[in-house]
Design a protein around this ligand. Structure first.
Ligand code: NAD
Length: 514
């Protein structure tokens, strides 16, 4: 895909060497280009790039190229595909600082979290390399004499990847690294709010595929807004669409893909809670809740949005949290002294302010009030104060995911009540309990406990490792990505029965003799 884009001087200003992140394979790092798509940094409001979005014609060209690439790629033995993914992981190691900085600058998360995001990409490449020798199928004993049965896994074809702004590169790599070793090719539509990080990744992997004489189209990039995502969802040539983003978007993608009986893998919104019991180690609980609630300025799908606190420790937790919030330093995400960076854009700031108005109107009481920061260093207008409100679980606003650092405190008496509150939201992504009591922990993890895809004990709701399957239930969409056996979503299963006898017995003992 030949997306042309412009890059302003602003990247060099923050110390990124553009040549490390892109220069060839159809990508031009130019200083000005006549295009219609702009990317601004929420850190300082600077224009970072202008990007050429795909139209129907370029989309068709990309899909045709991906289809041709699949015909070759699926015949490359899986361990050899893994070897190429190993090199992609190594290439990412080389550019970790630059790419991490770009992610931080374009999206607004802290530099440390930007580095963490690139590390996650490296980790999933390593995982995929091992997986490339472990795409196991079962052997099954046949009921018929002289017969053998087994299952094998084949690649699906083109995997469409629609990603959200908040993990602009890692979520793509979770999908792509697995899909590639499985023999699929990927067409990626990144968030229109963070296109430049995606362009850099496409360049990095494109170079590796080219070095191995592999066709273009194993990794493709199409930039654009929801309309380009809709092209993917409706396209029967794309057997799997993996979509990460809001529940609203997921419902539309599920409908479009479902109508053509394709497969969708959905990673949608969360409304994550930590239960803090009377047996919690409060030092751990406060630290876990703090990072969970304000990390990435509350813009993680796994952000802690609700704290469900036993009444006997409620006041202490509230006071200690308020004190911890008073020490938070808000500012430019590239300055490592700052804990909290900006929201992605001014629309996100409006949603944050609307949520605060709403919780107050519903009867919520501010423990730490919110507000927008102005003045020197905050010119982008995207910096807000992390806020805490005492609230009730049934408030309409508490039932919703607001993608901002707003934490709701909810009081409970019994553990059964706490679990019911934790589960009493439409979303089902991540959850945690803080307790040193084994019975409480096991009750939370039992079938009658948390209904989420992720349930933790004595750690917060965010910060998953790639080794486990990642995803959630209910309105979070039910998809699983990354580790464990998530790879199976990227392949089709084939059951093979082989007759090596000299007769033809039928299954279930059916007689059909002439
Ligand atoms: P969003 O839904 O606005 O956009 C996500 C992506 O979907 C973008 O690339 C967008 O262009 C595309 N899109 C929008 N409408 C579409 C449509 N009708 N058809 C096809 N594509 C469409 O989400 P966002 O604001 O970028 O990200 C924040 C949301 O993502 C939050 O809800 C967050 O919880 C969720 N998220 C979930 C996970 C997870 O793993 N569960 C991970 C990251 C983010």
């Amino acid at each position: 895909m030949t997306n042309t884009f412009g890059i302003s001087q602003s990247l060099q200003k923050i110390g990124i060497k553009p040549e490390n992140l892109g220069s060839s394979t159809g990508i031009n790092w130019l200083d000005s280009v006549e295009t219609s798509f702009s990317s601004f940094s929420p850190a300082d409001g600077e224009l970072i790039a202008k990007v050429q979005p795909a139209n129907t014609e370029t989309y068709e060209a990309v899909i045709a190229q991906a289809h041709l690439a699949f015909e070759k790629w699926r015949t490359v033995p899986a361990p050899q595909r893994g070897e190429i993914v190993r090199e992609i992981g190594n290439a990412l190691r080389e550019v970790k600082e630059d790419l991490g900085k770009l992610v931080s600058y374009e999206m607004g998360k802290s530099y440390q979290e930007g580095l963490g995001e690139v590390q996650e990409m490296i980790d999933i490449c390593d995982f995929a390399v091992g997986l490339s020798r472990q795409l196991y199928g079962l052997t099954i004993h046949s009921e018929r004499p002289g017969h053998r049965m087994y299952e094998q896994w084949h690649p699906l074809g083109i995997v469409g990847i629609i990603s959200a702004f908040n993990f602009p590169v890692a979520v793509w790599s979770w999908n792509a690294a697995l899909a590639w070793v499985c023999g699929d090719v990927c067409v990626w539509k990144p968030s229109e709010k963070a296109p430049l990080s995606a362009v850099a990744c496409q360049h990095i992997v494109g170079k590796i595929f080219a070095q191995h004489g592999m066709p273009e189209g194993i990794s493709s990039l199409i930039i654009g807004d929801h309309q380009v995502g809709e092209l993917l969802s409706h396209d029967p040539r794309v057997p799997l669409v993996s979509a990460t983003g809001s529940t609203r978007m997921g419902k539309l993608v599920a409908k479009a893909v479902g109508e053509r009986l394709g497969r969708s893998l959905l990673e949608l919104g969360g409304n994550n809670a930590i239960i803090i019991t009377e047996n919690a180690d409060l030092d751990i609980a406060i630290r876990g809740a703090l990072f969970g609630a304000v990390g990435t300025a509350g813009q993680r799908c796994t952000t802690t949005r609700r704290l469900i606190i036993q009444e006997s420790v409620y006041e202490e937790v509230k006071t200690r949290l308020a004190s911890a919030y008073s020490k938070l330093v808000i500012g430019n995400p590239l300055d490592e002294r700052n804990h909290v960076g900006p929201l992605i854009d001014r629309d996100a700031v409006e949603s944050y302010l609307a949520a605060i108005d709403k919780v107050k109107a519903e009867g919520g009481k501010a423990v730490v009030d919110g507000g927008v920061l102005g003045g020197k260093g905050f010119e982008s207008g995207c910096y807000v104060k992390p806020a805490i409100f005492e609230a009730e679980n049934h408030f309409e606003i508490v039932q919703h995911e607001t993608f901002a650092p707003i934490l709701y405190l909810i009081k409970y008496k019994t553990l059964a009540e706490a679990i019911a509150l934790q589960n009493g939201v439409p979303q089902g992504l991540s959850s945690a309990i803080m307790t040193t009591n084994m019975r409480e922990a096991e009750a939370f993890l039992s079938a009658a406990g948390s209904d989420c895809g992720i349930a933790n004990v004595n750690i917060g709701t965010s910060g998953a490792e790639i080794g486990g399957a990642f995803g959630g239930e209910k309105e979070t969409g039910g998809g699983r990505e990354s580790g464990s056996d998530a790879w199976k979503a990227y392949m089709r299963r084939q059951t093979n029965t082989i007759n090596y006898s000299t007769s033809l017995p039928l299954a279930q003992g059916i007689k059909f003799d002439i």
